[in-house]
Design a protein around this ligand. Sequence first.
Ligand SMILES: [Zn+2]
Length: 337
Amino acid sequence: MLNVINHIPPELLSCQATELYDLLPGPTLIHLPGKRPEPLFVSALLHGNETTGFVAIQELLNKYRQQALPRSLSLFIGNVSAARFGKRRLENQVDYNRVWPHPGFSHDSLESKMMQQVVDEMRHRKVFVSIDIHNNTGLNPHYGCVNRLDHKFFHLATLFSRTVIYFILPKGVQSQAMAQLCPAVTVECGQPSNFSGVTHALQYLESCLNLAALPDHPVAKHDMDLFHTVATVKVRHDVRFSFHDQHADLLFRQDLDQYNFNELNTGTSFGKMHITEPPFCVSNEAGEEVVDQYFTVENGEVKTLCPVMPSMLTTQEDIIRKDCLCYLMERFPLEAL
Ligand SMILES: [Zn+2]
């Protein structure tokens, strides 16, 4: 399933993400030599509609067309067939950022075998640093995510943004798999339509390409806001939700994504309810159902039961169904590191 090449097809430098299927037979790993041999590994389009990483890579390659790369570069262009249709994934596909190797993981899909192959290849090449580039759909700041509490990882993430999220769920994400090999980060570059995400991602890739090493002393406290994901919120399958339909079981606030990265007080409403049971499944890091800790239904509204800070809230109904409604976060005390 994995296509591995050692050159850039010339058309790749200018094509749209929707046209990649014409150039590449499928998910493709591209190895390019540079002055320092241990490669920077960059993945893009693990979600086919999240184009910022791919466009930033194009800009980077165009910039270095006539000069040697400061460091070898390995690029993984992920879900080419979903990118063709501007979709996160196709209906019959697994999520390309949930099938990377992790403890207890099974190789039952072609995609998970492919991700294992990518990891093995990058281990063999002594990968220097790994960056996975994503977009999201709601109003979110640009931020980096790490899966390890490690100074090198924090330095890598804060080169992108002072806002850093530490999480261990969901499993099977690229940055968690690559963290076994090298400092690894997922960067969230806002909405794909916003070009400032490309500019930011490009600057970041260039900084990382030019890095000789990552320091292993702590990041200065005033340079990082570290948050910890404590729970994942999904809408229950039997609940009909909407942002417009007054008769739906759950009518979300239309400005729900304004809550992202805001510390919400107890009693903050997410929307109006026509049913009495909490409409969400909330799982903590141990995978336990903890909805009663976080949400209640009161006077026909679903409300928070404690102070929380959400991320990744979106108003796109298909994303909420396919992925999740949001993550809940707490500030991580840097003194504890
Ligand atoms: Zn994504």
